[in-house]
Design a binder for this molecule. Structure first.
Ligand code: NAD
Ligand code: GLY
Length: 364
């Protein structure tokens, strides 16, 4: 669908505030690019999967700009300093100056990579996020976390660096493989389950339309997620406090992703199983009812997402969780439910209760 009305909201960060536009067919709408970037040199960074689908449409809309592109190989394994250097080399070879603009066209891998390169080139040039996965539209493209991976850990090298704008064309999600789409839905559920009870209930009511990627419902879901995230980022840009709540289920998820080898479980799939584990733990600790946990499982199940971790062993998971970034001051900080639609960080979870939940990962 093209030309339908899109929705816009703002991430309020003072003079670094920026708009998020969400709607069908807006990838080719150059009027959504911040006015002060008009006419500037552009480097579009994308990958080999997304380029044949959407690069021409974006480049064609940028009349009045010098437009160059860099097509990187596709995959999390390329979210490296080598790819980062390739972007920097390209910007330098083109002779681009401080007023150049990097446009990230793709999923979270491209957004994180291109954003980090923009943060570093000539000490920071403008960049615009054009996310094409559901996960990137509701999460990765918003909030300014940019990074590349290192052998010692995921996202180990990076910077907080906000984009100048986010343009999320929901039509691009039509070409997303179903598994990737569902993985994005896990993050959508996270916003409702952990931060907004009314949104969770709305998701329950619209589960079929969402599974079928119906445009108006998709636009509404993306805008509501972005607005929840925008409010949190505006309050806690550098994760000194409430931004940690966006990590509901993620400590378990990172253990699953690391333990199974990156790529076997998609991040969103691991987040789904991780949220169920966080819910089980919350029920044990009395901050979530069994009925609420059942509602969470039902919604995730209707999106075809996993409800339990792989059989990697509870002890192995515990060890991997101890290595997660959310360990601070030697204590494991876990985001748990505070009723469905709210969450809190706890650093006092009894190890026996945690082990009981991790036993779900013990081989049968
Ligand atoms: P991804 O970028 O690897 O994209 C998933 C797959 O979909 C890729 O194969 C990609 O080429 C393909 N693809 C993208 N758009 C498509 C489209 N419209 N049609 C068809 N195929 C398409 O993965 P992702 O899930 O978007 O992002 C995961 C990455 O995001 C991770 O590196 C993660 O660390 C990062 N992340 C960052 C933040 C943040 O706040 N910065 C938040 C969450 C995740
Ligand atoms: N994806 C979590 C955050 O942006 O903080």
């Amino acid at each position: 669908m093209t030309g339908a009305v899109h929705k816009t909201l703002e991430v309020g960060l003072g003079d670094r505030s920026y708009p998020i536009h969400v709607g069908p067919g807006i990838l080719g709408d150059a009027t959504l690019i911040p006015a002060d970037l008009a006419g500037r040199d552009v480097l579009i960074v994308t990958n080999a999967t997304v380029a044949p689908l959407y690069l021409d449409r974006l480049a064609g809309a940028l009349s009045g700009h010098r437009v160059e592109s860099l097509v990187l190989p596709d995959g999390e394994q390329f979210k490296t300093l080598t790819s980062f250097t390739a972007i920097i080399d390209r910007l330098a070879d083109l002779g681009y100056h401080r007023d150049a603009v990097v446009m990230a066209l793709g999923g979270g891998v491209i957004g994180d990579l291109a954003g980090f390169a923009a943060a570093c080139y000539q000490r920071g040039i403008a960049f615009v996020q054009l996310p094409t996965t559901l996960l990137a539209q509701v999460d990765a493209a918003v909030g300014g976390k940019t990074a590349v991976n290192h052998a010692a850990g995921k996202n180990l090298i990076g910077a907080f660096y906000q984009p100048r704008g986010v343009i999320a064309d929901t039509d691009t999600l039509d070409t997303l493989p179903v598994r990737e789409y569902r993985a994005g839905l896990a993050e959508v559920v996270k916003y409702g389950a952990g931060l907004d009870a009314a949104f969770f209930a709305w998701l329950e009511d619209h589960r079929d339309a969402l599974s079928e990627r119906r445009t108006p419902v998709l636009v509404e879901a993306v805008i509501r997620c972005c607005s929840i995230k925008a409010a949190i980022v505006a309050e806690d840009e550098r994760e000194a406090g409430c931004r940690a709540l966006l990590n509901l289920g993620h400590t378990f998820a990172h253990a699953i992703e690391t333990g199974t080898g990156y790529g076997r479980w998609l991040h969103g799939e691991a987040v789904a199983a991780g949220m169920v584990m966080a819910a089980d733990l919350s029920v044990r600790l009395g901050s979530l009812s069994e009925a609420e946990a059942a509602r969470l499982r039902s919604l995730l199940e209707s999106f075809g997402l996993p409800l339990s971790p792989p059989a990697m062993g509870g002890d192995a998971m515990l060890e991997l969780m101890g290595m997660d970034k959310k360990v601070s001051g030697g204590r494991l900080h876990l985001v748990l439910f505070d009723g469905l639609g709210a969450s809190l960080v706890r650093a006092d979870v009894p190890i026996t209760e945690l082990k009981a939940v991790l036993a779900a990962s013990d081989p049968a």
